[in-house]
Design a protein around this ligand. Sequence first.
Ligand code: BMA
Length: 324
Amino acid sequence: MMPQPNITRCPNNPILTAKEVPYPSTLVFNAGVTRYRGQYVMVFRNDYGNYRGTYHFDGTNLGLATSGDGIHWRVAPQPCWEWQDEEVQRVYDPRLTVLDDRCYLSFAVDTRHGIRAGLAITEDFKHFEVLSLSAPDNRNTVLFPQKINGQFVRLERPFPVYSLGAGEHFDIWLSTSPDGRHWGNTRLVLPHERVPFANAKIGPGAPPLRTKRGWLTLFHAVDINPNRPLNGWEPSPWTKRYTIGLMLLDLNEPWRVIGLCPQPLMVPEAPYELDGFRGGVLFPGGFLDEPDGTVKIYYGAADTVQALATADLHELLNLCQPVG
Ligand code: BMA
């Protein structure tokens, strides 16, 4: 018998919503979360104002929240970053990684010439030095919390539409960098067809957790069913369900998948996951281990609110079936 995922949704869910944000806010979701200098830090995506079509509101900025326990959050009085100019339309879907006591923020950037994946560094969450921006189209980059063989390492999700034709069949890749600015040595990690519960794109979720057995890694997996409307508020019918998947990557050769959970770790089922701007979306962005052997899984729910679930680290490791 396959062990079943034993995941506990936080009773306080959703742990952050637009109501708690002291500046214009409509949707609060897809946050990056880490521990930095003695507290939990969250950078969340904040879409504000009215819906303007094609998934754009009046604007999008990034908000900052801090916490002593990872459950109850204080939102800073001002957004921490908004980037809009002639070329850049918005920065969104942040992920946070602490490496050598510096905090890195990886993010997606919509530009007038495609979607780019960026990496910035900050110490105060007020000033962000942009180290790199990828060529389009790429996003969902997550930085590993350690250098491997002296290199920065990231997972990423390019989306090659021209060569693959119609459809959204995108995969998880990995690149390395000597300095966080120049990225290369790109390799395929997990093709979407190896994920039994995805019939469309997959993408990196949160920065991987180092364990004795390997890098434990969350990802999102999309299954499209045109006969299953997901009841979002968005005017166009939404049929893409986003579940959370789990894999184990080799510690020294992290492009090698050594374990994969054959079923989703979490599927949308709580009301705040099913009802929202886009119903049925779980989008993991933070994954933290605790001294008591549990882990915290932070995820955006229904592209509307921020949620948290907990699990046992060893149980998660045991869910990953060996793969050759
Ligand atoms: C992806 C991104 C995410 C979003 C998800 C579901 O393509 O845009 O920001 O959460 O779709 O809408």
